[in-house]
Design a protein around this ligand. Structure first.
Ligand SMILES: [Zn+2]
Length: 101
């Protein structure tokens, strides 16, 4: 559940609440007022929560691409060598000889 920083406009107390995105926050734990203001400092926390899994996903995809490249390139090269000959492949497709990194 996401975490938010609130400031109570009655007693000026700053506190942290956890609640769902569409749910209303609980009243101030100090004075019971519902006159609360969401603090801007909570925004980076929310952004991090959203961005971190996306970042991991991108890394995983890149790893998968590299693995796929390493797996597929020798097969592709072998096929081309059979059809065109070793010399032609080496001359025409130097990227097939290079490592992905
Ligand atoms: Zn209060």
């Amino acid at each position: 559940m996401p975490r938010y920083d609130y400031q109570c406009l009655e007693c000026q107390e700053i506190f942290e609440l956890r609640h769902g995105f569409t749910e209303q926050p609980a009243p101030c734990p100090h004075c019971g007022s519902q006159n609360l203001k969401k603090r801007i400092t909570s925004a980076p926390t929310i952004a991090r929560g959203i961005l971190t899994p996306a970042g991991d996903g991108r890394r995983a995809t890149k790893e998968q691409l590299r693995d796929k490249w390493r797996e597929e390139t020798p097969k592709l090269r072998e096929k081309l060598v059979k059809r065109l000959g070793e010399e032609t492949v080496s001359r025409m497709a130097p990227t097939l000889n290079a490592n992905y990194d």
